[in-house]
Design a binder for this molecule. Structure first.
Ligand code: GLU
Length: 513
């Protein structure tokens, strides 16, 4: 195993938008492969056609591309929906014809058998078992002896049924009472007795393989060395281990990742939790054209992919140092599958925003200014130059987790106040306020209208009149911005410029008296 080139895959089923837990699985696979100089593949597991959702595959490819997780092979290389690599096709429905031979191999070796039971017969058995007090009937090494299959029917009857084209499935023949053991990279030794495993269907009547057969066959053919996937697949792993053994193939290493838990730690993080608590659980917005179902995404919420990826990396792993802020390349450098936690990872949206904020602060002033300009144009239809953007960011960035926070913090930068905070007007605007403002206007006009000069002139005015800041400061804020909240009002005034400030002061006096 150790001399094989490391190859891992992310193998989602296109059944809807990719949950952030799925993105984390892709991320850990990617980090693992890149750290070891190996390959990361994207394979689409769409054998269950009843659960296929149009647009889901595109969504998976777009989500990974947004995160900067680029497959070396498979679907989605360079963000394209196309097969790429020596093992094409990489979409299992396109690989349908090749699985039958593998099912036949198992049949020939006695590790699988034909089962002819109709859905109605299976349903009836389940019902009977239920009324007898066992609601979890399984097709297994015990019950199969009383079912309609190639183990119970006479050989000529089986042949007759196959010739006649009777409907059948191919099931795995579970050994009876055998310990299946394997060492999971995260969970350690896992041991399951086959008495607890059922005779899973491997190939369906329509010739389509089930997940189990297709997954194992493809991992083998695609030379996958490590299977890194969510904990929900742990119960399937013993069957997969057995299939490798039946085929005589080298088994990949397994690593089952901890679940993403709700913020309160009670159960798996679901879309419903996100809706209820007001955060996305998907990377991108999603809309299903057929059902009208929609979901909101981190991208549209204003997250940077860097912040989102950094946050995801820490849901179930940490480097064992104090460093928390990582670029994707630094994550590759620091990542180790052996440091992934066993316990479920509790999701915390406040922490997610904090990660974004850290990445916001790491961006260059030029990039931030450009993002601010774009945000202002989109939100207020206003065009501001780079100097304005840079200055506004010195005022508003500190309080922002997202660039959009800075954009929306001060709509009054782009329009005169339409109204004035009436509570604060009641408290702070007196019969003398207009007079104070009228005295300040020429003092400010004589300055260069920079933030320090405006402040200095204001302080000189207070000294001269003996007035306190609280008597005039809020009045200036109300007149210029309509609110008493915000960063330095002199910074705001510098941004607005003299004539705009004077016009606003006139308007406030005219409105408030
Ligand atoms: N198709 C499975 C899924 O949707 C893949 C599980 C695995 O990685 O083996 O998650």
């Amino acid at each position: 195993m150790s001399d094989r080139r490391v190859r891992v895959r992310f193998a989602p089923s296109p059944t809807g938008p990719l949950h952030m837990g799925g993105v984390r699985t892709a991320l850990y696979n990617y980090l693992f492969a890149k750290k070891l100089g190996g390959d990361f593949l994207l394979r689409i597991e769409d054998t269950d056609q009843t659960r296929f959702v149009p647009g889901a595959e595109q969504y998976i490819v777009d989500a990974l591309a947004w995160c900067g997780i680029s497959p070396d092979e498979g679907i989605g290389v360079n963000g394209q929906i196309a097969d790429h690599g020596p093992h094409a096709p990489y979409r299992q429905s396109d690989r349908k014809p090749l699985y039958r031979a593998f099912a036949d191999q198992l049949l020939a070796a006695g590790h699988a058998y034909y089962a002819f039971d109709t859905p109605e017969e299976l349903e009836a058995v389940r019902e009977r078992s239920k009324s007898a007090g066992n609601p979890n009937w399984q097709y297994n090494s015990i019950t199969r002896t009383s079912m309609k299959n190639s183990l119970t029917l006479p050989e000529d009857e089986v042949a007759r049924r196959l010739d006649a084209g009777d409907a059948y499935v191919i099931r795995v023949k579970m050994p009876r009472n055998e310990e299946v053991k394997f060492e999971d990279r995260i969970r350690g030794w896992v041991s399951v007795n086959t008495l607890n495993l059922d005779d899973k269907v491997l190939l369906k009547g329509d010739g389509m393989p089930t997940y189990h057969l297709a997954n194992v066959v493809d991992d083998h053919l695609m030379e996958i060395t490590h299977v890194i996937r969510g904990e929900e697949w742990l119960p399937s792993a013993p069957l997969h281990v057995l299939l490798y053994r039946f085929f005589g193939w080298e088994q990949p290493e397994f690593a089952h990742l901890p679940l993403l838990l709700r913020p309160d730690g009670n159960g798996k993080l679901s879309k419903r939790d996100g809706d209820r608590l007001g955060f996305p659980v998907f990377p991108l917005n999603w809309a299903n054209a057929e059902t009208g179902e929609t979901a909101s995404g981190y991208r549209e919420r204003g997250f940077y992919p860097e912040g989102f990826v950094n946050m995801l990396a820490f849901l179930g792993w940490n480097p064992g140092t104090n460093q928390e802020i990582f670029s994707l390349d630094e994550l590759i450098e620091a990542f180790s599958i052996d440091k992934v936690h066993k316990a479920g990872a509790r999701f915390d949206f406040e922490k997610a925003k904090w990660f974004n904020q850290q990445h916001l602060r790491q961006r260059s002033p030029e990039v931030l200014a450009a993002e601010y300009q774009a945000g202002v144009a989109a939100a207020f239809g206003a065009a501001v130059d780079t100097d304005f953007a840079a200055k506004a960011l010195t005022l508003f960035l500190d309080r922002s987790e997202f660039i959009s926070d800075a954009v929306h913090a001060a709509p009054y930068l782009f329009a005169k106040p339409a109204e004035y905070d009436s509570v604060m007007v009641g408290k702070k605007w007196t019969s003398e306020s207009a007079g104070h403002l009228r005295s300040l206007v020429p003092l400010w006009a004589a300055s260069n209208y920079s933030e320090p000069a405006l402040e200095e002139a204001f302080k000189a005015f207070l000294t001269e009149t003996g007035l306190g800041f609280g008597a005039v400061g809020p009045v200036v804020r109300l007149a210029v911005a309509g609110t008493t909240q915000g960063p330095s009002i002199f910074g705001v005034m510098e941004l607005l410029g003299r004539s705009e400030c004077e016009a606003r002061i006139e308007k406030a006096i005219a409105t408030l008296g």
